[in-house]
Ligand binder design. Structure first.
Ligand SMILES: Nc1ncnc2c1ncn2[C@@H]1O[C@H](COP(=O)(O)OP(=O)(O)OP(=O)(O)O)[C@@H](O)[C@H]1O
Ligand SMILES: O=P(O)(O)OC[C@H]1O[C@H](OP(=O)(O)OP(=O)(O)O)[C@H](O)[C@@H]1O
Length: 216
């Protein structure tokens, strides 16, 4: 049976809405009291696994899920062996360098050599500073990254920004954008090539739905 890996958290509502639009109902996952992590759509045609955002590509790469929905930011950070098929357009955000507004830094190159940069996106952050030939210490954090500069633990952060409210409310400013991100439909490369469980039909329906929505 075709299996999707869906990320709990910010992307879940839109992912379920998208799958509903192609006739697959996994809305039970949105019920806060619901505790099952694997469900079958009421029509019995597909299954969904509810996993952490950072684990979606793991299930897809290892083949327990044929398809998955995950942020492009995560794909850039993890570089998993999966096929990236469709830009789903929702979950828009960007990965940026931010510092305290009161600091003297206004671009990445203003940061001191061997200064600290806190991030959940350690690979993306390292690539960015390597490309500038600026040696910095990347400090891995798993959330509330904004506290790095606020507490003085780091000079800067590399973190996701959407509305910019979190930065503003914490006295930080964005000084550089690494890349923009939206959610992506990914597939296990072998299942996709072999068209296991008619993956191609579902991918085409999802692509059509996204294109139709973009035209509205
Ligand atoms: N503020 C935001 N606005 C819009 N999209 C966002 C925002 N923050 C993150 N995203 C997008 O949604 C995805 C999921 O973010 P979410 O915060 O739900 O997961 P997470 O807590 O980072 O994941 P994990 O559970 O693996 O730590 C991100 O990878 C990104 O693509
Ligand atoms: O620009 P904004 O619209 O304010 O959104 C940005 C915030 O959203 C994400 O955090 P999330 O809610 O995922 O929590 P986290 O700090 O635990 O990663 C990101 O890490 C920022 O903190």
């Amino acid at each position: 049976m075709l299996t999707f890996a869906l990320a709990k958290g910010g992307l879940l509502k839109d992912s379920i809405k998208l799958l509903q639009s192609i006739g697959l109902d996994f809305s039970a996952f949105l019920d806060p009291g619901f505790r099952q992590l694997q469900i079958t759509d009421p029509t019995g045609t597909a299954k969904a696994l509810l996993v952490r955002n950072g684990d979606v590509s793991v299930y897809v790469q290892y083949g327990q899920a044929h398809l998955g929905i995950v942020g492009y930011d995560v794909l850039r950070e993890q570089r998993p062996n999966v096929a990236q098929l469709v830009d789903l357009k929702y979950g828009g955000c960007r990965l940026s360098v931010a510092v305290k507004e009161s600091s003297p830094y206004r671009s990445s190159l203003d940061l001191p050599m061997h200064g600290r940069v806190a991030s959940k996106f350690v690979n993306c952050a390292r690539d960015h500073f390597d490309s500038l030939d600026l040696p910095v210490d990347i400090v891995p954090l798993y959330g509330s990254v904004e506290l790095g500069p606020i507490t003085g633990m780091s000079e800067a952060i590399v973190d996701l920004v959407a509305t910019g409210n979190t930065l503003r409310e914490n006295g930080l400013i964005e000084i550089e954008t690494l890349f923009y991100s939206t959610s992506r439909l990914i597939a296990n490369p072998l299942s996709y090539r072999l068209n296991t469980d008619q993956i191609a039909d579902y991918v085409a329906k999802i692509r059509d739905q996204v294109n139709a929505t973009a035209l509205v």
